[in-house]
Design a protein around this ligand. Structure first.
Ligand SMILES: *Cc1c(COP(=O)(O)O)cnc(C)c1O
Length: 409
């Protein structure tokens, strides 16, 4: 009888859930079961010669936690396995990751094309920060390929986008946009926060760099900030490694440990949150006091076909417009009992955000209108509670709005 081969020891050959439990683990001489937290700023050397060799990069090992640390290295390696990336660098926050992914590549005279529907701070980096250093930018409607094509200049170095977008959950075609970027000799950076690394793999779709706020689904329990940049090794070596090493937006080893342990349960959490989001979207889509419901997993989503092609599910967020504008949206939010008013997403706790007055209040009313952010729009990040409790909570809050006579405009 032919003996079954034991599973390979190469983590790259494992299936995703296995990678996320065991991938990247570095065990110390104590053989600990759970990954250790190396809360140390630096490392000691057996001799002056050993220090010299390590500083020169001639001997392996860690030097200083601003550049690398065993707990952070475990998190980076586990993220590489999840994303199918050759290299990763962790950062202190998602914004540190986004900023480094752009500034690391750009210099004065360069040009960036970005989708207009960006996370507020990402918009600040593209619109306000980069121009101060001589980097011009053009904002486009991310769903319109011609706008990407027409925005290209001789100086265009990189394209930047988020998909699905915040908060209107529009879906952009990563593969097609990557092709336009590459034909122009530019790179494509994708902020993959809204989809999560479980449901969408930008690098496999042709992006050159994938960035995360690990604060969101990766932690998923609202405990700490973190970020990560993933790309081919040459991209990290050329654009990212030295920038982070010398400017220092380093992730704390403690936070790296939280995020590393969170990866063990990430696929289970995302799958359960997505099932809840699907149930909520279906339960509310036809509600008379909801004017418009947006969920990329529903067939009535404008880019449903594209979403099915490039994501393995519709995600954990549902956005909808409460009939009656701002007053109705506020009354709705205030009437919720289980769902919290906050601005995190991807969390175990369901969270409701009113973008027009919080995350997008910095925009002019015209800019908000161009993005479809009306005064009645709310964004729901669906958590791990029982879906029936969430649906009951949403329905009773909608009836409070109705009884207050706010639903009729
Ligand atoms: C939250 C978020 C960021 C920023 O991440 P932080 O960890 O808060 O710095 C960037 N992009 C998107 C899409 C986000 O949702």
């Amino acid at each position: 009888m032919a003996k079954k081969k034991p599973p390979s020891r190469d983590p790259k050959t494992w299936r995703e859930a296995t990678k996320l439990v065991h991938g990247g683990t570095l065990r110390s001489q104590f053989g600990e079961t759970s990954e250790a937290i190396f809360l140390t700023q630096g490392f000691v050397y057996d001799s002056a010669e050993a220090a010299e060799a390590r500083f020169k990069g001639e001997a392996p090992g860690f030097v200083y936690s601003r550049y690398s640390n065993p707990t952070i290295a475990m998190f980076e390696e586990r993220m590489c396995l999840l994303e199918g990336a050759e290299a990763a660098r962790a950062t202190a926050s998602g914004m540190a990751a986004v900023t480094a992914s752009l500034l690391g590549q750009l210099k004065a005279g360069d040009h960036v094309v970005a989708a207009r529907a960006l996370f507020g701070s990402c918009l600040y980096v593209v619109e306000d920060l980069l121009p101060r250093f001589g980097v011009a930018s053009t904002l486009v409607d991310g769903a319109d390929l011609d706008q990407w094509r027409n925005a290209v200049r001789a100086q265009t170095k990189t394209f930047f986008l988020e998909t699905p977008t915040n908060p209107c959950l529009e879906v952009y075609d990563i593969e097609a946009i990557a092709e336009v970027a590459h034909r122009a000799g530019a790179t494509l950076v994708v902020d993959n926060v809204f989809a999560s690394p479980v449901l969408q793999k930008p690098l496999k779709l042709g992006a050159d760099c994938s960035v995360y706020s690990a604060t969101k689904h990766i932690d998923g329990q609202g405990r700490c900030l973190g970020g990560v940049i993933l790309a081919r090794r040459d991209f990290i070596d050329t654009h990212i490694h030295n920038f982070l090493r010398q400017t220092g937006p380093a992730l704390s080893p403690f936070n790296a440990w939280i995020l590393l342990k969170s990866l063990e349960t990430l696929p289970l959490r995302v799958a359960a949150q997505m099932r809840n989001a699907e149930a909520i979207a279906d339960a509310l889509a036809a509600h008379p006091n909801i004017k418009r419901l947006i969920y990329p997993g529903r067939p009535d989503h404008p880019q449903a076909k594209l979403a099915r092609r490039q994501m393995t599910g519709g995600g954990t967020l549902v956005s909808f417009e409460v009939a009656g504008g701002k007053q109705a949206a506020f009354a709705f939010a205030d009437a919720l009992s289980i769902i919290k008013i906050s601005n995190n997403l991807g969390d175990a706790k369901s969270i409701l955000t009113h973008p027009a007055t919080t995350t997008h209040q910095r925009l002019t009313p015209e800019a908000r209108a161009a993005l479809g952010i009306t005064d009645g729009l709310v964004r729901l990040s669906v958590g791990l509670e029982d879906p029936e409790d969430l649906i009951e909570d949403l329905r009773q809050a909608l009836s409070v709005v109705e009884r207050a006579g706010l639903a009729a405009e």
